[in-house]
Design a protein around this ligand. Structure first.
Ligand SMILES: *[C@@H]1O[C@H](CO)[C@@H](O)[C@H](O)[C@H]1NC(C)=O
Ligand SMILES: *[C@@H]1O[C@H](CO)[C@@H](O)[C@H](O)[C@H]1NC(C)=O
Length: 373
């Protein structure tokens, strides 16, 4: 498609329009109120652009998932059809919409404006914001404009746009970036349904996680998550996943699915939270110790190791992404007691894999401890 906004010299435009048969003009839609300036491309001969050569921008994978802390490549390449005889100068722009923005239901379209990740022209390039110094173009072949992002962070997820611009044409493709991770329900030490939206968001954060998006909860439901308590999601809705319909969890007659209460009042309504945690570089381990520990002793035991007590999100990721399996109940940093089971067996909880929880026992009770390093 020809761009609606590519800068273009007004003079060239006249030339081009003269070259076109009548009736073709409106297809280019140049009357959009933008200023046309600086045609920095080609040999200045308008015909070049209208000899049927088309710019194609493609991605092999419209959606990519990666692990936190690792590097990821978002594929994007372009070519011309038929091939160009004289090369054109192209500019590549990667921009993005963070997943948190996509999830927010807001009225103003300005809010959805993509922000820049990287702009490259020839060998020159520039990266922006939190991507500065973390991104580069792969350039493994002519036309390869794939974006490599290093040191992936939780908040890098979202929709990325690869846009190739030559003097006249402007084509783009989008690639979704997801982190491999795990969704887990979380409730307050004070009990069920104690979080308003902001409390839920902070609670997930404190567990090294984020409020889950609907897509993440839906995927978790497809993978078998069944939880009969409603929790906040990143978009401010309250939902819960049911794989086996039963009364008290929607209705027995209702098909299994993600039950949706819709958007709730962010300050006044209280629920649990669904958090999403993605893998981390460090590792979670159970501290071998002869005696069982109360909570204060557990805190100190991890510190003595040069570690910290594991957070709930960290235990869940270790369980889900690294197959962590241990039938010993241990303290975690939030004062809950849990243990991870990937191979269910006798005396280690129910027949499904999962992170077993004892809730928040009195802090003088004695258990093991999970540390994180
Ligand atoms: C994303 O997370 C990193 C690490 O937690 C933080 O330094 C950065 O400021 C965050 N970026 C945004 C845009 O929130
Ligand atoms: C844990 O035990 C220590 C003694 O080893 C005691 O000083 C501390 O108060 C206990 N902590 C709790 C929360 O009961």
């Amino acid at each position: 498609m020809l761009s609606l906004w590519r800068p273009l010299l007004a003079l060239s435009l006249h030339v081009l329009l003269l070259l076109l048969p009548p009736g073709n003009c409106q297809m280019f839609g140049y009357n959009n109120g933008f200023h046309y300036q600086d045609i920095s491309n080609g040999n200045g001969n308008g015909e070049l652009y209208f000899n049927g050569i088309r710019l194609h921008v493609e991605s092999d994978h419209p959606s990519v998932s990666a692990t936190r802390g690792s590097s990821v490549t978002l594929p994007c390449h372009y070519h011309y059809e038929p091939e160009l005889s004289t090369p054109r100068r192209t500019r590549v722009k990667w921009s993005w919409l963070p997943a948190s923005v996509i999830a927010e239901p807001v009225a103003s379209p300005a809010f959805y404006r993509e922000s820049e990740v990287m702009v490259a022209m020839g060998n020159r390039h520039r990266s922006y914001g939190s991507f500065r110094g973390r991104v580069r173009l792969r350039r493994s072949a002519p036309g390869d404009m794939s974006l490599v992002i290093n040191e992936l962070q939780l908040n890098d997820t979202g929709r990325y746009r690869c846009e190739v611009i030559d003097g006249l044409e402007d084509e783009s493709v989008t690639v979704e970036l997801e982190l491999r991770g795990v969704v887990f329900p979380y409730y307050s030490p004070k009990g069920r349904y104690h979080f308003n939206f902001f409390g839920a968001r902070k609670a997930c954060h404190d567990q090294d996680a984020r409020l889950a998006t609907f897509e993440q909860l839906f995927t978790a439901w497809e993978e078998g998550l069944d939880w009969c308590n409603a929790g906040w999601l990143a978009d401010g809705t309250v939902q819960y996943p049911i794989t086996v319909s039963r009364s008290g969890c929607g209705s027995e007659d209702l098909a299994p699915g993600v039950r949706n209460y819709g958007p709730r009042h962010r300050h006044n309504h209280h629920y649990d939270a669904f958090c999403f945690s993605a893998s981390v570089k460090g590792s979670v381990y159970y501290l071998k110790s002869l005696a069982k520990l109360n909570f204060t002793e557990a805190v100190q035991a991890c510190l003595r190791e040069g570690s910290h007590m594991a957070k709930v999100g960290q235990l869940y990721t270790a369980w889900r992404l690294m197959g962590f399996d241990l039938c010993h109940a241990g303290w975690l940093a939030d004062g809950s007691v849990r243990y991870p089971i990937t191979k269910p067996r006798k005396n280690c909880g129910p027949p499904e894999p999962g992170v077993r929880t004892f809730g928040f026992p009195p802090l003088d009770m004695k258990f093991g401890v999970y540390c994180y390093r």
